[in-house]
Design a binder for this molecule. Structure first.
Ligand code: GDP
Length: 290
């Protein structure tokens, strides 16, 4: 997880670590290394540019209290700006119907299983359902996960439309006094108009408390590009970043919050049901800084 950034940030810091004073040139060289590390990690260009601008401004301002060395001042500045760019901790999910959107293979269904367990373990009443009518195998996958976690899976007769399943699931969740209805949506390989229309109509009909985009961390900028389309077309309230355990680069984690203005709420760190964690910007920043 994030090995590339950790290694490159450590190297850049090591070069200035023993300097008693930091010249503007040293700071510029340092920032150049950080910049190439971030771009190689497949971070968003504009997010990187803004981040470096802020670090540079702060780093060049001398610490008038002289309480810390110039190196420590730089270290602290990078840390604070990293935490800022990564966003705040907002792992709470608003109670109600939580809609999960994203392309096939990103880990959407697995994430619903993980969150069902996470919320159930916290004492909430959870139910799940799937509107992926074109892929019975995906529905079955969610049903199995629900059984494993021990939460109800709402199953309806074949032939119902995705929209109808969403509405009926919500009505049933209300009847059952469920805190969170986790609703899976169609998984497609590509974004298409039909998918967006289906999701929009579901969103209008059930007024979800959350619309979470499930992003595969390993997809780099492609994940950001797709997230932007989903956000423009249907409006997202947050994201879950999956496969962080396999992502050595970290560009999506770095960019998503700032590029889209929506928080990353959880990260997937493995294939098992318990492999999900709230997204902690300070921990990720510490990790990046080595
Ligand atoms: P969906 O098509 O978006 O519903 O994707 P699935 O939930 O079926 O997941 C696709 C693959 O990604 C499966 O093999 C999952 O086990 C795997 N997967 C999901 N989340 C994670 C994660 O956080 N880490 C790892 N290593 N694998 C994951």
């Amino acid at each position: 997880m994030l090995e590339l950034l950790t290694e490159r940030f450590s190297k850049a810091f090591a070069k200035v670590e023993n300097s008693r004073k930091l010249t503007e040139k040293q700071i510029n060289d340092f920032l150049r290394e950080i910049r190439s590390a971030l771009l190689e990690s497949d971070a968003d260009y504009d997010v990187v540019k803004d981040f470096l601008k802020r670090v540079r401004e702060k780093a060049l301002q001398e610490d008038i209290t002289k309480k810390v060395s110039p190196f420590e001042h730089l270290l602290l500045t990078v840390y604070e700006e990293l935490v800022k760019v990564l966003g705040e901790t907002v792992s709470e999910l608003k109670k109600g119907t939580v809609l999960f959107v994203g392309l096939q293979g990103t880990g959407k269904t697995t994430t619903i299983g993980k969150l069902a367990k996470y919320l159930k373990d916290k004492g909430f009443k959870v139910a799940v359902s799937s509107t992926d009518v074109r892929r019975p195998a995906a529905m079955l996958q969610l049903q199995r996960l629900a059984e494993k976690v021990g939460v109800p899976y709402y199953h309806f007769d074949e032939g119902l439309s995705a929209l109808e399943i969403a509405k009926r699931s919500q009505a049933k969740a209300k009847e059952d006094g469920v805190d969170y209805l986790l609703l899976d949506t169609a998984g497609r390989l590509h974004i298409d108009e039909e998918l967006m229309e289906e999701l929009s109509s579901i969103k209008s009909a059930v007024s979800p408390s959350e619309v979470l985009y499930v992003a595969d961390a390993m997809q780099g900028q492609e994940a950001l590009r797709i997230a932007k389309v989903f956000h423009e077309k249907i409006g997202l309230t947050g994201a879950v970043l999956t496969k962080m355990d396999g992502d050595a680069r970290g560009g999506v984690a770095f960019s998503l919050r700032s590029a889209l203005g929506i928080p990353i709420k959880f990260v997937g760190v493995g294939e098992k049901l318990e492999d999900i964690e709230p997204f902690y910007p300070d921990r990720i920043a510490q990790r990046i800084m080595g």
